[in-house]
Design a protein around this ligand. Structure first.
Ligand code: ZN
Length: 175
């Protein structure tokens, strides 16, 4: 069994996350994760129907519930700079929980290349696995198409960025 990033029981769970189903390791299963034929969640794979539904209805990639006026994007330094994301925006509380527990829940593409059917989601905006992750707060996003034809989310300018390393926030927010 894979070692968990940190002791899950030590980290307070937001209510929205406490409602999610768990995998065998005890990880909450994010809304957007695809299930295989045996009903096992595959954290590498985005369920594209859920992804498109979440984009169209502005839902959180972790808990699947509607986002408010502000939303959090998580990514490596390159994504924070160009504001292009494959991973869905999240509630801030959901994003911070995921960063404390395991950044690859918030930004699974850094662990694996996404397995995608139908809609092609860009992998070209990914950084290599970063040492630190940014959490950017924006008031929305647009859907953009790269020259390659891949679909990405382009976050609106960030009002605030915090940086995270190994489950901890580093320094003060950048505004
Ligand atoms: Zn959420």
């Amino acid at each position: 069994m894979a070692r968990t990033w940190t002791d899950l029981s030590l980290i307070e769970q937001p209510e929205r996350i406490a409602r999610l189903a768990r995998d065998v390791r005890g990880y909450p299963i994010p809304f957007v994760v695809e299930f295989d034929d045996q009903g096992i969640p595959d954290f590498r794979a985005l369920d594209m129907q859920k992804w498109v539904h979440a984009v169209n209805t502005k839902r959180c990639g972790i808990c699947g519930e509607p986002l408010g006026g502000r939303m959090a994007f998580v990514g490596g330094p390159l994504s924070m700079a160009n504001r292009l994301f494959t991973d869905l925006p999240m509630h801030r509380t959901c994003a911070e929980y995921a960063l404390r527990v395991c950044p690859f829940i918030a930004a699974p593409k850094f662990a694996y290349s996404p397995k995608v059917e139908g809609v092609r989601v860009a992998t070209s905006v990914s950084d290599t696995r970063p040492e630190r992750f940014g959490l950017g707060i924006s008031r929305g996003f647009s859907v953009a198409q790269l020259p390659s034809g891949d679909i990405v989310l382009h976050a609106n300018p960030f009002e605030e960025i915090t940086w995270w390393r190994e489950g901890r926030q580093e320094g003060e927010p950048e505004k």
